[in-house]
Design a protein around this ligand. Sequence first.
Ligand code: PEP
Ligand code: MG
Length: 877
Amino acid sequence: MKKYVYSFKEGSAEMKDLLGGKGANLAEMNNIGLPVPYGFTITTEACNKYYEKGNKLWESLKIEIDEKIKELEEVSGKKLGSKTNPLLVSVRSGAKFSMPGMMDTVLNLGLNNETVDALSKSTNNESFAYDSYRRLIQMFGDVVMNIEKRKFDEIYERITKKNNKKEDVEIEGSDLKEIVIEFKKLYKKETGNEFPVDPKEQLLLATKAVFNSWNTERAIIYRRMNNISDKLGTAVNIQAMVFGNLGEDCGTGVAFTRNPATGEKKLYGEFLINAQGEDVVAGIRTPINIEKLKEINIDIYKQFAQYAELLENHYKDMQDIEFTIEKNKLYILQTRNGKRTTAAALKIAVEMVSEDKIKKQEALMRVEASQLDQLLHPTFDDNLLKQTKAIAKGLPASPGASSGKVYFTAADVVEASKMGEKVILVRQETSPEDIEGMIKAKGILTSRGGMTSHAAVVARGMGKCCVAGCETIKVNETLRHFSIDGKTYKEGSYISIDGSTGNIYEGIIPTIEPKISEEFSIFMTWADGTRKLKIRANADTPKDATKALELGAEGIGLCRTEHMFFQEERIPAVREMILAENAEQRKAALEKILPMQKEDFIGIYKTMRERPITIRLLDPPLHEFLPTDEKSLKNLSKEMKIEYDKLKIRVEDLKEMNPMLGHRGCRLAITYIEIAEMQTKAIIEAAIQIKKEDGIEVNPEIMIPLIGLPEELTYIKDIITKVADKLIKESGTNLEYLFGTMIEIPRACIVADDIAKDAEFFSFGTNDLTQMTYGFSRDDAGKIIEEYLDKKIFEKDPFQSIDQKGVGALMKMAIERGKQQRPDISLGICGEHGGEPASIEFCHEIGLDYVSCSPFRVPVARLAAAQAVFKDDCKEY
Ligand code: PEP
Ligand code: MG
């Protein structure tokens, strides 16, 4: 019979699929001899079966659980429900990948009116026993029964206030007994049932709640954002309790073996004396730095440091460790590879190679390619910062800098960002319900919680700037304002937050581009030494080209010339060209554009020098260059001295029902050959000039968009080569250029062999290719795609990550047929997919020569291309 429950001694670190990350690591730690409270894990397969059975726990699973409880009772010497020596357990979720959107923990299961007295007697600590009991009812009520946590908090505050208790430490057993009674009343009122007294019933209900939490909206959003499959399921870990809240010789904390924000090799963490686990993470009390543990108990500190080192060496990665001290005895409750900023990930990866802990290849797999652009986030301008006084300071929880309007609820952030506002989410503390607001916000500020609080951990994962635990600000979420020293900042006020220093400023502070660290350069050199794909950038200006080079681009894969046409001083000439009534007039207008266009190319050539540059001829429909509203049309008619009615008719003429499928791409060059001629002239003359004046040998690659018929390409090639060859001949140089095409219409893939007769290169325009393969309008499909993702018709948005089955098959066909015709044909991609790691891996597999993406994604592409080379070898990382 299939086994669904494993005790810790039966598991190991390799069993993450089955036991989840937490369960596998607990088993591993138990087996290497660390002091882990014993327990067992219900598998992820059980979770999937639970759903198959219509959200029910089945009998044989319950029997397996019973057997493991017996084993746990034997190991711990305690008994579940015992009136003399009760066993208490925690129930915690644990998927293969840690997931903040899910139910996390219920502690102290096993307590009821009888066992609480036994606990009180055995510990000789009534307030501890009743505090544990009220926590159980609260956590169980909150996470298992969905009773709003706030309602428990209100009771707690009401009773402690009534009894005149200011600090946690003043609260006594009698207060807590009263709280327990009120909590139970609340529980009954909210659920219609008494709080369950049977420990086994508590345990099974908590197990069901963990399984159910796998499919909450929050968890689904998180999985989608992180590309985690919905099919994995979560495991449930049941573990004997140890107590950090039994007195001053107890405590609990979380520590990283290295600094998760910077990567510095130094124990980094925080703890609370006389507290239970969730107090640290939930940010209810602000914790103490782990360094202080040296002063409080040097032996425990040393022991912890030794375990931390052992765990890091064992897992060969930075660890995030939860621990509890019960009566001066240290227990390790969890270890996992620590979440870190990308800057820290790079530093740790590079240093672990020099410490001989891992190989370069492993180091390259340790940094998530899609996150590399985090390093490229702006920071506040130092000079301006010196003149600006911070209004408050919190913990530097996640680096980066941002300014925006403050909003106090996730829903308000989502609304405001829909209106195009830049928003800072300000809250006392965040919780998984805030996830959508956190995604949309430019930065996050909380008044409570430490470096391991929800806000800090989630923001770091997202690469979003965050200041946490800023206690000087008083946040009132209901009234939607916060105050600092009596000054109130209402919803909509502007602030700036610096996630690298923790400083908060009033108003907006301009930001500057980030500098690149030494580790970044070393790391990227390893990536470059590994990858087979070349990396180019999509860049239309010398400024973009400079940025692209700085970030490691080896060429330009797409220079969209229409962007040059949109510049303010050019638009009149462009409009003149569009509104011309005959070829003569059009030529005259184009003559005005020519020198400007030539200057553009000279600028880009000078920046890129001998590197390859692909220049695409004009692509968008011409109406995009004309105004549509009456007022602008009237102005234009005056400026251009064209009668208003005539102008209106011309604009109407250019209108199309489906412009994306209309008069654009190569169809423009065929209709208005003068445009293609002018652009060719600018491209070639600029290259000749650069060659003569600066000795720079540029071999421009002239690219034609939206080809569907080989005949289109032949027709245009004839026009272009005539112009180009004549200019080259007259210049007396031997300038060489390439002629090629984008592949972005499905028909082009099918007739790629014929197209390759004329094309010396193909560049896949996967934006259009996706649009036309699916028949989804690029401009309008957003809402449909959202719906498809929600309904699981799509796993990923095909405009972000290549649809390998459909669009990918067309690409493969084009490559195969293109190569048959022209074996040395150059192959690249310049759609948005060129900067997306999974698509890059696919491009590597199908044998493209390069990918081209926006400049800021170039480092992402460099790393993703390297990872593609050995993705199969070390999937574990
Ligand atoms: C494409 O279609 O993929 C492409 C790069 O061209 P554009 O996005 O300019 O249509
Ligand atoms: Mg296109």
